[in-house]
Design a protein around this ligand. Structure first.
Ligand SMILES: [Fe+2]
Length: 170
């Protein structure tokens, strides 16, 4: 197995080993960037969406934005609690996010719902892998945080997809 690059950590009395903390900081850095990216993907949708269900989706997208902002803060502060240095700027997020760039020309509400659901599904999958990684590293509290974020992301995916899911009757 290839040795992963270890970030420089601040001195701390945190009981986890430096290796484990370094690995978790690297892991959390990716999810911090992704959460930051999603924060403004949802605002982009909130500001530009149009359609007959405008007010419902306009408000939904803002709620999703607020939840994503909470994830930004909790992920960043777990990362710093482990001795890491958070890469929390928009520029850093654009380099490290796992999401595809959100299109700037979307207008129609269904197009925003479908495109946002793509982003949430991508992050959900990565969060599942991150839960396993934190578990294998023995960092229960990072695992718990990522699990909580994953549960919220799955709920958001359900809220988004429920607008266009087709019920099969056969
Ligand atoms: Fe607003």
């Amino acid at each position: 197995m290839a040795t992963k690059r270890q970030p420089t950590l601040h001195p701390t009395k945190h009981p986890l080993s430096e290796n484990t903390r370094g690995a978790m900081v690297e892991l959390l850095q990716t999810h911090l960037a992704t959460a930051l990216d999603l924060t403004y993907q949802t605002k982009q949708a909130h500001w530009n969406v149009k359609g007959m269900n405008f007010i419902a989706v306009h408000k939904l997208f803002d709620e999703l934005h607020e939840t994503a902002e909470e994830y930004v803060d909790s992920i960043a502060e777990r990362l710093t609690a482990l001795g890491g240095q958070a890469k929390g700027t928009v520029q850093a997020a654009s380099e490290n996010s796992i999401l595809e760039p959100y299109p700037l020309d979307l207008v129609d509400s269904e197009a925003h719902l479908r495109r946002l659901s793509d982003s949430y599904a991508v992050w959900s999958k990565a969060l599942m892998a991150a839960i396993s990684e934190a578990s294998e590293a023995g960092d229960d509290l990072t695992e718990d945080l990522i699990t909580e974020v994953g549960r919220g992301i799955d709920e958001a995916l359900y809220f988004l997809e429920s607008h266009f899911q087709v019920v099969k009757t056969d």
